[in-house]
Write a protein that binds this ligand. Structure first.
Ligand code: ADP
Length: 403
């Protein structure tokens, strides 16, 4: 039994193949620069504790072409992840926006596709990219069960006081304008992993989960369910991100429109693609910015101060919201790897019972680990996220539901 997990982005396509009910990862990879000259496909094949990496350079015209390349690689005589597409019995798709309809993973039907297409509050491109992946997989794996796993599902447990905006009711009732959240699959995965690691039932565990990748979001989790999150109707608000601004005063948009004569599309592009770390330093990769900061660059220093200050503010807010807190959980590229970000984000919170152990924080221990000092009342965890595994688990959940 093999399950394919697909994450279709605008110019990239990530995939993983899991085998058996215990979901052993047997292959994963990415097709980069789809539709852009000079792309490549990277495939890793896991054999026991070792893996082989295969890279093929060459243009990929569109997503359909990308899937053809993936299947060709998986069937390659040296790679042999599958011999035939019929071995893939289910495909789990990441879908960014499930609106208020979907609070759990779903079998993909014509009706679901229609609904997802119509979701007004989704970003202009987000769901479209994922739907393209779904349409192609239905054709390429005609016998496989197709499952949608929504980024927004985990956040559907938020109460109205957290998900509503204080604007006239009609905009919620008619347009669905509210907080939906992102990275739900990651927040859910790390929350479950943290509870298991702490040997507590998830339903009795209170956590603040901090997902810091290119996109960043935090979730307040009380008794295992999400009660608040830092992003909003779109992935733009909240923390500072690689290229997104995070929280800004909405009046800035009117100012830019009226006084700087920017078009609305230009403002949207600027806030999504030219802001955050990129806007302050000219770079969006946090590792590069840390290097610049070490060399004394003032913009990089300010950017890192702002980045970590925002995380601290949300930690404060969520401590107030969830009360007794078992752990603060750092995850994703930055959260798992940057001791500096973790250290600055919780610096000065000793009076709240949050005390990091410097050595543990800087250690290169693999997997899940505790980073707090013995005197800390709140645990501080580093939990590697695994959104693909969570999507594969959800796909099995849907398969089981259908039996
Ligand atoms: P995505 O949101 O695209 O999945 P990731 O979760 O892979 O992103 O996170 C990417 C970010 O993680 C980049 O800004 C990268 O610089 C940062 N990162 C990765 N490794 C490190 C590290 N060792 N130290 C600091 N930042 C890191």
């Amino acid at each position: 039994m093999k399950i394919l997990v697909v994450n279709a982005g605008s110019s990239s396509l990530k995939f993983s193949v899991f085998e058996g009910l215990d979901l052993t990862l047997i292959s994963n990879g990415v097709v980069d620069d789809i539709g852009i000259p000079g792309g490549r496909i990277t495939v890793k094949v896991y054999r026991g504790t070792k893996f082989e990496k295969h890279v093929e350079i060459g243009n990929t015209v569109d997503h359909h072409h990308a899937f053809i390349k993936i299947v060709k690689q998986l069937k390659d005589q040296y790679i042999r992840v599958i011999q035939d597409v019929s071995e893939i019995i289910a495909v789990g798709h990441r879908v960014v926006h499930g609106g208020e309809y979907y609070s759990d993973p779903q079998r993909i039907t014509i009706e679901l596709i229609k609904r997802v297409k119509k979701m007004k509050t989704s970003g202009p491109l987000h769901n479209q990219k994922n739907l393209t992946g779904i349409e192609i997989c239905k054709r390429m794996f005609p016998k496989a069960l197709q499952v949608a796993v929504f980024d927004t599902s985990f956040h559907q447990t938020m109460p109205p006081r957290a998900f509503r905006y204080a604007i006239p009711n009609r905009f919620y009732e008619k347009e669905g304008i509210r907080v939906y959240g992102i990275h739900g699959t990651s927040h859910k995965y790390v929350a479950e992993a943290a509870a298991a690691y702490l040997e507590k039932p998830l339903t009795e565990t209170n956590l603040i989960t901090v997902h810091l990748g290119n996109g960043c979001s935090m979730a307040a989790i009380q008794n295992g369910i999400c009660i608040d999150t830092s992003v909003g109707m779109s992935p733009m608000p909240g923390l500072m991100m690689g290229t997104r601004s995070g929280d800004i005063d909405p009046s800035i948009i009117f100012y830019l429109y009226r006084n700087c004569r920017l078009k609305i599309e230009e403002i949207e592009y600027m806030l999504n693609n030219e802001s955050g770390l990129q806007g302050l330093t000219g770079m969006n990769d946090l590792k590069d910015i840390l290097n610049l900061m070490e060399k004394g660059n003032e913009n990089a220093t300010l950017a890192m101060e702002m980045y970590t200050y925002r995380i601290k503010k949300y930690i404060g807010a969520y401590l107030a919201v969830i009360g007794r807190t078992d752990a603060i959980v750092f995850t994703a590229g930055v959260g798992e790897n940057s001791w500096f970000v973790r250290s600055r984000a919780v610096e000065g919170l000793e009076h709240l019972g949050i005390i990091l152990d410097d050595d543990k924080n800087k250690s290169h221990e693999k997997g899940i680990c505790m980073l707090q000092s013995d005197a800390s009342k709140v645990k501080i965890l580093r939990v590697p996220t695994n959104e693909e595994l969570e999507i594969a688990r959800s796909t099995i959940e849907v398969m089981n539901r259908m039996q």
